[in-house]
Design a protein around this ligand. Structure first.
Ligand SMILES: Nc1ncnc2c1ncn2[C@@H]1O[C@H](COP(=O)(O)OP(=O)(O)OP(=O)(O)O)[C@@H](O)[C@H]1O
Length: 637
């Protein structure tokens, strides 16, 4: 990253803490300046040693100087370290604030573990560069100038010798410093890779174990760890070269000054006390020069971290749409069921990817249950992603309550919707925490009511700690059916005007299936429910079914209408829907027609009345076929 840009970002981090840094810097400077006087006091002491006068006063003075200098330096160091921690805190806060607003495509591009390491590990590297190294650079430069002035006063010739050696060795440093930055950036990237690999492993720990993949996952993490080690060692190597060059510069200068100075003492040009004081200053130089080099190398490390943080900050965030968000999520407001419409929507997940929706159109009036069905990959879940505005359409419009979702304030749009995703819809924490996740202000009475509606009251009564029982990471202590109902209960507590339910594809036992069916039916009485349906018991409940195939709507109608009127639907009903009765078809792709049939059915159907949905023939004759598929005829909830 260019030097000026790094500086600008650095300055932004430092600006709020200017006063504290100035105070810490001042104390450090005073502490350092007391050190600067010490060689002069030592010279005086050496000069008086052979003489008559008492040296007690001078000794006491020197002691006070040393103690006070040390105390002031420590307070200065504390102030700076404290400020550095604050810089890290603010940087983390800013970065997290931004990451939480990332758009879905950005999160899908960068592994979550890598994002995590930018928040945890990279921000930590800011600590050194923002305060200590800046102050070190400033005090180092000042004391260096001070020491050089003192040395010039003592003997300009010896100073010339010293500077000659230091400049020679110092210029070699210029070659070393950029290598520190490069190695650090690579090491941090490897740390990001370790986090990403860990996240992948522990995120699917059961699968890793069941697949016997521990050793292979371990090898991936080991490879990333070794990379981090390799680059870390390389950075350490260049850092040690940088630091030892200071020692070398001072040692060589010492020998040169001793030689030249010895000759000058012998010739009587300078006295021995002056040479001693000069040599003390020479050693005194080690500190400011080390500080300067440390600061330069910390800057290289910090700039590597800043580059990685800046990368994360450049990922696209969601535009709030409508009016600006105030940072607090909008509180859900109960209201009438919302309507939804897709108008000729086309969509692709990325510019390089194939389109997923090709002109999808349908209308869902407020209230009732609408099921989306179709072969795997038809684009059903994508419909939900577009309604929630996780992704932006590439063409056409998505309307909620007749208003383009892009014109809705994003937080209000999402406060209107309850969303139950297909996989792992339960987070860690207690059951209660999970239930009130989307509605933190929910009362106990509301929770009890929703538990009854989702038939979870029995489960809560059975659990040892009731609502306070921890559910495990991603709800691992609950059954699949319970997990899904907890997720529905959570969504319902939000009192949504629109409920999006992406049904689990897994088979449920009869109890859970019945509970789910009743929950969905009851929800549809008070809100608009859209469900990506995989089970017969759900589609038979639906007021309307949207059949999707290869990114298009091919038919809309009721189960009874479609089962005989749409061949694809007929096949899905017979072979693909999950049903609990033994004679029903098992889940699978068998018999599901391929995308070659795309476009063969009516598109842009109006679901109720006049639209092409009405053209689906063979309406009520379907009941028998449904019964043959294992369930009763269409039920009305
Ligand atoms: N985040 C994503 N990035 C890129 N492509 C995606 C993403 N999500 C889905 N897709 C692709 O978009 C297509 C439609 O996916 P979608 O999840 O909407 O299908 P679906 O009909 O819900 O399928 P299923 O019934 O199997 O859940 C698929 O081909 C899928 O591979």
């Amino acid at each position: 990253m260019p030097f000026r840009r790094t500086w600008r970002i650095l300055y932004c981090h430092i600006r709020p803490h200017r006063a504290a840094i100035a105070l810490g810097g001042l104390l450090t400077l005073i502490g350092t300046l007391t050190g600067l006087v010490q060689p002069m006091a030592a010279k005086e002491l050496v000069g008086r040693l052979g003489g008559e006068g008492s040296i007690t006063g001078l000794l006491v003075g020197l002691t006070v100087l040393v103690v006070a200098g040390t105390a002031i330096s420590s307070v200065g160091a504390y102030v700076l370290e404290r400020t550095a921690e604050s810089v890290v805190l603010v940087a983390r806060r800013q970065l997290v604030g931004r990451l939480l607003r990332l758009r879905m495509p950005a999160v899908e591009r960068v592994p979550p573990g890598d994002l995590m390491s930018r928040v945890t590990s990279d921000t930590t590297l800011l600590r050194a560069v923002t305060t200590r190294s800046m102050v070190s650079a400033a005090t180092g430069a000042l004391t260096l100038v001070g020491a050089i002035v003192m040395m010039a006063l003592l003997d300009p010739v010896l100073l010339g010798v010293t500077l000659g050696v230091i400049v020679l060795i110092g210029s070699a440093l210029g070659l070393v410093l950029p290598r520190i930055s490069k190695a650090t950036q690579q090491a941090q990237a490897s740390v990001g890779a370790i986090s990403a690999a860990l996240e992948r492993t522990f995120g699917a720990f059961r699968t890793v174990k069941a697949s016997g993949a521990e050793a292979r996952e371990g090898a991936v993490i080991e490879a990333a760890s070794r990379e981090a080690w390799r680059h870390g060692v390389r950075a350490a190597k260049w850092q040690s070269v940088a630091m030892s060059s200071i020692g070398l510069a001072v040692q060589v200068s010492f020998l040169a000054v001793l030689g030249v100075g010895g000759a000058r003492v012998a010739s009587g040009t300078v006295d021995i006390a002056t040479l001693v004081a000069f040599l003390l200053y020479l050693f005194y130089l080690i500190d400011p020069i080390s500080h300067l080099v440390e600061a330069a190398s910390a800057y290289q490390v910090g700039s590597a971290a800043i580059a990685r943080m800046a990368e994360a900050e450049q990922l696209e965030v969601e535009s709030t749409g409508g009016e600006p968000a105030d940072g607090e999520a909008a509180t859900p407001v109960a209201g009438p069921p919302a309507s939804v419409a897709f108008e000729n929507v086309s969509f692709r997940y990325g510019p390089e990817l194939a389109p997923v929706h090709h002109g999808v159109s349908f209308t869902v009036p407020g209230g009732g249950l609408t099921a989306f069905v179709g072969p795997s990959g038809a684009g059903k879940t994508t419909v939900f992603g577009l309604i929630e505005r996780f992704y932006e359409v590439t063409g056409g419009r998505v309307l909620v309550d007749g208003e383009d979702v892009r014109n809705w304030p994003l937080d209000r749009l999402r406060a209107t919707i309850g969303f139950v995703e297909q996989d792992a819809p339960v987070l860690a924490g207690t059951l209660r925490e999970n239930l009130v996740f989307a509605a933190p202000d929910a009362t106990d009475a509301q929770i009890a009511e929703v538990l009854a509606r989702t038939k979870l009251d029995g489960l809560v009564a059975r659990l040892p700690e009731g609502l306070q029982t921890p559910v495990g990471h991603r709800g691992s202590k609950l059954s699949g059916g319970e997990r899904q109902r907890v997720a529905i209960a959570r969504a319902l507590l939000r009192r949504p005007r629109l409920l999006l339910l992406d049904e689990a594809t897994s088979q449920l036992d009869a109890v859970n299936e019945l509970a789910l069916r009743e929950t969905v039916a009851r929800a549809a009485e008070s809100t608009t429910v859209l469900v990506v349906a995989h089970r017969l018991s759900t589609v038979t409940l639906a007021d309307r079914i949207v059949v999707m195939e290869a990114g298009r709507v091919r038919a809309v109608g009721t189960h009874a209408e479609l089962v005989s009127g749409d061949p694809l639907y007929g096949e899905l009903a017979a072979t693909q829907f999950l049903a609990s009765a033994p004679e029903s078809g098992a889940a699978g792709d068998a018999g599901v027609p391929g995308p070659g049939r795309a476009g063969s059915g009516p598109e842009g159907d109006e679901p109720d009345g006049g639209g092409p949905g009405a053209s689906v023939p063979g309406a009520r004759a379907a009941g028998g076929e449904v019964a043959a598929a294992g369930r009763g005829g269409p039920a009305a909830g």
